[in-house]
Design a protein around this ligand. Structure first.
Ligand SMILES: Cc1cc2nc3c(=O)[nH]c(=O)nc-3n(C[C@H](O)[C@H](O)[C@H](O)COP(=O)(O)OP(=O)(O)OC[C@H]3O[C@@H](n4cnc5c(N)ncnc54)[C@H](O)[C@@H]3O)c2cc1C
Length: 396
């Protein structure tokens, strides 16, 4: 019998997928998973629809308690790993120690807070966990909320909070929303739709000061404006949570350095998901974390596999407003083809480099997305860009 003791540190989306793949792949060792949040693995990306009241809390769960029992997965809930000795021992914040033969770091990422002085308080927080969601859901209606960051997380948080009846302002450093996934014209349409929903958008500025006495009252922007703020949500990016790896002397840069089998610099320790860095890249979406989990499960089950990142699709989960971006939308030499119906909040913009499709952004028009994804992944030569736009592409 295989006596290998596998220990997974962090019990988020990557860890849960890894557990599922290990059980399906017939992993023979014993498995322990340690999560500081408590509960079963849940779908973090559904936190926004839950905040907005569109789905139930129970529907977030990826598995149930019986599933862990059935697969004899031992859970340590609501306790954090405080230190890691890569030669085979972790110490929890409660002082308890656990030995392992192989460990996997799946500690996710931490939100970036504004680099400004403020007294610590619950009203200045991120929106990353069920605990954050519970706190935000308990707020009485009509609060002044400022969300920092006009990327996916900030927009979704702003939307969810607006849906709960708060007065929401969103501050974004760049001149247009979702600047890493959308070009300026598409983002302008999105900004219009957010404004129609009652969210006030402040572009091209940052926070200069947080006025708190000691509870937050307002914020001052770099353009001089002062916004009332009873709650401040930090959604201006994340940083890989690589503290344990760093303290353990593993190779780290922005994230925990891994190879294409998720191995860190120590032979007993693997890492995956948002805490990891591969070939200079870190990943803030669930698709690469799941792909890594699938490969790592194969490796741990004794079936060598290798991972290479694919282009990920970004989707905004805002009800009634379908926003999708795939591939590269910022190549300076790309040609664009745009189909616009601003009155209906619809837009489709394709980016071509030479005779290849390299990026696609869409608002309100989801059709042909799979074709675009395939053409981008396979780098298929294209001789009729308009036909592609209309979904009529036959392989050249
Ligand atoms: C509101 C929201 C919406 C999102 N929407 C999308 C989306 O639409 N599409 C998309 O692709 N991605 C989305 N994401 C990102 C996606 O959720 C992450 O990419 C994914 O969860 C990464 O999985 P992970 O396991 O690496 O990290 P996580 O899911 O964050 O899990 C890490 C876990 O480890 C725990 N942990 C950390 N340190 C320790 C320790 N020392 N001991 C014990 N436990 C520890 C953390 O508390 C956490 O529970 C969204 C994220 C948020 C917050």
């Amino acid at each position: 019998m295989n006596q290998e003791r596998l220990l997974i540190i962090g019990h988020g989306m990557a860890a849960t997928r890894l557990l599922q793949q290990l059980t399906e792949g017939g992993y023979g060792g014993s498995i322990t998973v340690i999560g500081d949040e408590g509960g079963v693995g849940y779908n973090r990306i559904q936190l926004t629809p839950w905040l907005a009241g569109e789905v139930s809390e129970a529907s977030l769960n990826l598995v149930d308690d019986a599933w862990y029992r059935h697969h004899r997965i031992y859970r340590v809930n609501g306790d954090a790993v405080a230190s890691l000795d890569p030669d085979g021992l972790v110490t929890l914040s409660t002082g308890r120690t656990l030995a392992f033969d192989t460990a996997v770091l799946a500690t996710g990422a931490l939100p970036r807070f504004p680099d400004l002085p403020f007294p610590p308080q619950p009203a200045i927080r991120a929106f990353r966990s069920k605990a954050d969601g519970h706190w935000l859901k308990a707020l009485p209606r009509g609060q002044s909320v400022v969300v920092i960051g006009g990327g996916l997380l900030g927009l979704e948080a702003a939307w969810g909070l607006r849906a709960r009846g708060h007065s929401v302002s969103l501050v974004h450093r760049n001149g247009h929303l979702m600047n890493r996934q959308l070009s300026a014209p598409t983002a302008a349409l999105l900004a219009g739709a957010m404004s129609q929903a009652g969210i006030t958008i402040h572009l091209g500025c940052e926070l200069r000061r947080i006025n708190a006495n000691p509870v937050i009252e307002s914020v001052e922007l770099t353009n001089g404006e002062i916004l009332n703020a009873r709650v401040l949500i930090a959604a201006a990016g994340i940083q890989p949570n690589q503290h344990l790896a760093q303290q353990a002397g593993l190779g780290v840069h922005r994230g925990v350095l891994i190879d294409d089998q998720m191995r860190t610099s120590h032979p007993r320790v693997f890492a995956l998901g948002e805490c990891a860095e591969f070939n200079g890249e870190t990943f803030g979406l669930v698709a690469p974390a799941y792909e890594q989990a699938d490969v790592l499960a194969s490796v741990l089950c004794g079936r060598p596999a290798h991972w290479s990142p694919l282009q990920s699709t970004t989707r905004l989960k805002i009800s009634g407003l379908d926003v999708v971006s795939h591939g590269r939308i910022d190549h300076p030499d790309a040609r664009h083809l745009t189909l616009n119906a601003p009155g209906r909040n619809q837009c489709r913009r394709l980016h071509f480099l030479n005779d290849r499709l390299i990026g696609a952004e869409m608002i309100g028009l989801r059709s042909h997305l799979e074709l675009y994804q395939r053409l981008i992944e396979q780098q298929t030569p294209i001789n009729d860009a308009r036909a592609v736009m209309l979904g009529n592409m036959k392989a050249a």
